[in-house]
Write a protein that binds this ligand. Structure first.
Ligand SMILES: *[C@@H]1O[C@H](CO)[C@@H](O)[C@H](O)[C@H]1NC(C)=O
Ligand SMILES: *[C@@H]1O[C@H](CO)[C@@H](O)[C@H](O)[C@H]1NC(C)=O
Ligand SMILES: *[C@@H]1O[C@H](CO)[C@@H](O)[C@H](O)[C@H]1NC(C)=O
Ligand SMILES: *[C@@H]1O[C@H](CO)[C@@H](O)[C@H](O)[C@H]1NC(C)=O
Length: 543
C-alpha cells in the first residue's frame, strides 16, 4: 500500500475514533448529581479528570481574538491522549454579551457566542465533558478585564440565562457559576461574606448578584445541567457552604474548589478539617489545581487525596508558556512541561487501572518549606541560608532564644500509627553546643499548642551539637503511644544561643513502598557530572 493511502486510513481512523466513545472509556453524556457523586447516562460513577483551557476569558479583551492557541479537533485529540475527560472553558461576560466594550466584531458579541458554542460542541462530541465558567464579569458597568469580587446583578444574570439556553440540550456541559468569588477581600470565614455569596445582600461592594439568582436564571431556561459553586476566598473556603448553599429544585449542585500550593489550606490535615464535610455530601470538583515552581510534589499529594476521597480535578492549564502559569505543556502536541510530567504520569497510571505511587513519608523542608507545613516561627529565620547546607542549595538558619523558636505547624500530619520517625540534619555553626529542646506539639481549639513530647536535642542528636559539622537528629516515634498524632514541632531554647542550621526535615513512614522510578528520575535533573560522564560515554561509543 502506498504511503498516502496509509495516511488516509490513519486520518480516517483518527476521525472515527475521536467522534465516538472509545472502547473502555466511560461516556460523559447524561451527567447528573446523585448524592455526592456525578453519574453518567449509564448510571456509572464518573470521575472528572481534566485540564483548564485558558484564553477565552482574556483574548477577546486583550488581543482582539477569541482563543489563545489552537481550538481545532486535533488539539482536543492531543488532550484526550492524556486520558483527560473534562475541559474547563473560562468565559468573559462582556465578550459573550457584547456589552461595555468595542462594537460587535468577530471576537466580540455574537461571533464570540457562536465560536464558543462551536468549540464546546466540538469538545463534547469527542466525549470530553466541558465546564463553562464565568471567569471575568463586568464591574460597575465597565469592560470585564480582570477578576472582580462578585458577579453583578445585571449582566451576570443575563449571561447565565443565555449560556444555559445555549447549552441546555448538551448533557456533557457543566455550569461553573463564578470562578473565584472574594466578597470581603481575603476573608476566610464571615457570615456577611457568605450571605453576599448566596444572594448578593450584605455585600461590601455594590450591585452584586448572588449564587441563588444565577441558579434561578439557569433553571428558568429549563436547563437541567449540573451547576458548580466556588467557595469564597478565591474558591478556597467552604466554611459555611452547607449552611448557605442556594436552593436548586433539581438538586444538581456541586462544589468547586481551587487548590494550589500557595493556598492557606494546602495539607492533608487541613483538607480533612475543611473539605471533608463538603465532599461527604456534595460532588467536589477541584476546578483548578497546580503549583508554580515547575515541580509536582504538591500536585501529586493533592491528587492522591482526591483519588482516595472521590474528588474530581482539573489542572491549570493546557496553555503553553512559562511553567509558573502553571502550564502543563511545552507545545500543543502535548509535550509535557516538568509540572505536566507529574500530571500526565498520574493520569496514565489511573488510565491503566493501577494505583499511582504514593508514600506516607513526606518532607517538611527540602530547599523550601513544603506545602505540608505552615511556618509559625516566632523569630526571624533565614529560609534560604547558603552558609551551610546539608543537601540541595539551602538550609534554614536561625538564632534560638527564649522568645524565638523555629516552629513548623502541619495540621495533624505526624501520626504514630503511620510514621516511624521525624528526621533532620543540624549544624552547630562556628560555636556548636547549643542548648535546645525539640517539642512535638498538639494544636488546641484556641490555636495555642500543647507540648505532647519533649526532648533535649543533644539526647536525640547523639551528644552535644558539634561545631562546623552536620549531625543527624532522629525522633523515634515507634516508642510513643500508637494512637497519638502531632501538629508539628518546634525547636526552642531557654536562653540566647548561637546561630544554628537545620536541613532536610522529613517524616518517615513505617511502611515504605519501593521507590517509583518515574518519581526519582523526573523530579531531579542530572548533575553536571552525570551529564559529562554521559557525553563521554557517547563519544566512546562513537569512536
Ligand atoms: C465601583 O464603584 C464604586 C462606587 O462608585 C467605586 O468606589 C469603585 O472604585 C468602583 N470600582 C471600579 C473597579 O471601578
Ligand atoms: C448600582 O446600581 C444603581 C441602580 O442602577 C446605580 O445608581 C449605581 O450607580 C450602581 N452602583 C455602582 C457602584 O455601580
Ligand atoms: C518563618 O517566619 C519567620 C517569622 O515570621 C520569618 O522570619 C522566616 O523567614 C520564616 N521562615 C521560613 C523558613 O519561611
Ligand atoms: C528561596 O529561594 C527560592 C528559589 O531560589 C525562591 O523562590 C524563594 O522566594 C526564596 N525564599 C525566600 C524566603 O527568600
Amino acid at each position: 500500500m502506498k504511503k498516502s493511502s496509509l495516511l488516509a486510513i490513519a486520518i480516517l481512523a483518527t476521525l472515527c475514533l475521536s467522534s465516538a466513545v472509545l472502547a473502555g472509556e466511560m461516556s460523559t453524556a447524561g451527567l447528573y448529581v446523585d448524592g455526592k457523586y456525578i453519574k453518567n447516562e449509564d448510571n456509572e460513577i464518573l470521575m472528572l479528570r481534566g485540564a483548564n483551557r485558558p484564553g477565552t476569558e482574556y483574548s477577546c479583551v486583550q488581543y482582539a481574538k477569541i482563543f489563545d492557541g489552537p481550538y481545532d479537533a486535533a488539539h482536543v485529540h492531543e488532550i484526550r491522549n492524556w486520558k483527560i475527560n473534562v475541559l474547563r472553558v473560562p468565559l468573559n461576560e462582556d465578550c459573550w454579551l457584547g456589552t461595555n466594550g468595542p462594537p460587535e466584531s468577530f471576537y466580540f458579541g455574537e461571533q464570540y457566542r457562536e465560536s464558543i458554542k462551536k468549540y464546546v460542541d466540538m469538545i463534547t462530541s469527542n466525549n470530553v465533558a466541558v465546564i463553562v465558567d464565568l471567569h471575568w464579569a463586568s464591574h460597575n458597568g465597565t469592560l470585564a478585564t480582570e477578576q472582580v469580587a462578585m458577579p453583578n446583578n445585571k449582566n451576570s444574570i443575563t449571561f447565565w440565562g443565555q449560556v444555559a439556553d445555549t447549552f441546555k440540550s448538551n448533557s456533557r456541559v457543566i455550569f461553573d457559576l463564578y470562578n473565584e468569588p472574594f466578597p470581603y477581600g481575603n476573608t476566610w470565614d464571615s457570615e456577611d461574606a457568605w450571605q453576599c455569596w448566596k444572594d448578593g445582600t450584605k455585600c461590601d461592594v455594590d450591585n452584586v448578584t448572588g449564587m441563588q439568582q444565577m441558579v434561578d436564571a439557569i433553571r428558568e431556561t429549563g436547563a437541567k445541567n449540573i451547576i458548580l459553586l466556588s467557595g469564597i476566598q478565591y474558591a478556597t473556603s467552604f466554611t459555611r457552604f452547607i449552611e448557605y448553599i442556594p436552593f436548586d429544585p433539581l438538586k444538581q449542585l456541586g462544589a468547586a474548589l481551587h487548590s494550589y500550593d500557595f493556598n492557606y489550606c494546602r495539607s492533608k490535615g487541613c483538607w480533612d478539617v475543611y473539605l471533608r464535610p463538603i465532599y461527604e455530601s456534595y460532588p467536589l470538583v477541584a476546578t483548578e489545581t497546580g503549583q508554580k515552581d515547575c515541580l509536582y510534589d504538591f500536585l501529586l499529594d493533592f491528587l492522591h487525596y482526591c483519588d482516595k476521597n472521590s474528588i474530581h480535578y482539573l489542572a491549570w492549564s493546557w496553555l503553553t508558556g512559562d511553567c509558573n502559569i502553571p502550564s502543563l505543556i511545552q507545545d500543543y502536541m502535548g509535550t509535557p512541561s516538568n509540572f505536566g510530567k507529574g500530571y500526565k504520569h498520574h493520569l496514565d497510571v489511573l488510565g491503566n487501572g493501577e494505583e499511582p505511587w504514593w508514600s506516607d513519608s513526606f518532607d517538611m523542608y527540602n530547599d523550601k518549606l513544603t506545602h505540608w507545613v505552615d511556618n509559625w516561627s516566632t523569630g526571624d529565620n533565614i529560609v534560604n541560608a547558603t552558609a551551610q547546607t546539608y543537601a540541595g542549595k539551602y538550609s534554614i538558619q536561625f538564632t534560638p532564644s527564649a522568645e524565638k523558636s523555629l516552629h513548623l505547624m502541619c495540621w495533624d500530619c505526624i501520626k504514630n500509627q503511620v510514621h516511624k520517625s521525624l528526621e533532620f540534619w543540624i549544624h552547630g555553626g562556628a560555636s556548636g553546643n547549643q542548648n535546645l529542646k525539640l517539642d512535638l506539639l498538639k494544636l488546641q481549639a484556641d490555636k495555642t499548642n500543647n507540648i505532647a513530647q519533649s526532648y533535649d536535642l543533644s539526647n536525640i542528636a547523639g551528644g552535644p551539637i558539634p561545631p562546623n559539622k552536620w549531625v543527624k537528629v532522629v525522633v523515634d516515634l515507634t516508642t510513643l503511644p500508637r494512637q497519638d498524632s502531632y501538629d508539628g514541632f518546634w525547636l526552642k531554647a531557654d536562653t540566647d544561643q548561637p546561630d544554628i542550621y537545620v536541613d532536610s526535615i522529613t517524616v518517615r513512614a513505617i511502611n515504605e513502598p519501593p521507590p517509583d522510578d518515574f518519581e526519582s528520575s523526573a523530579l531531579r535533573l542530572p548533575s553536571p557530572n552525570t551529564l559529562i560522564v554521559f557525553l563521554f560515554s557517547i563519544l566512546y561509543l562513537l569512536f
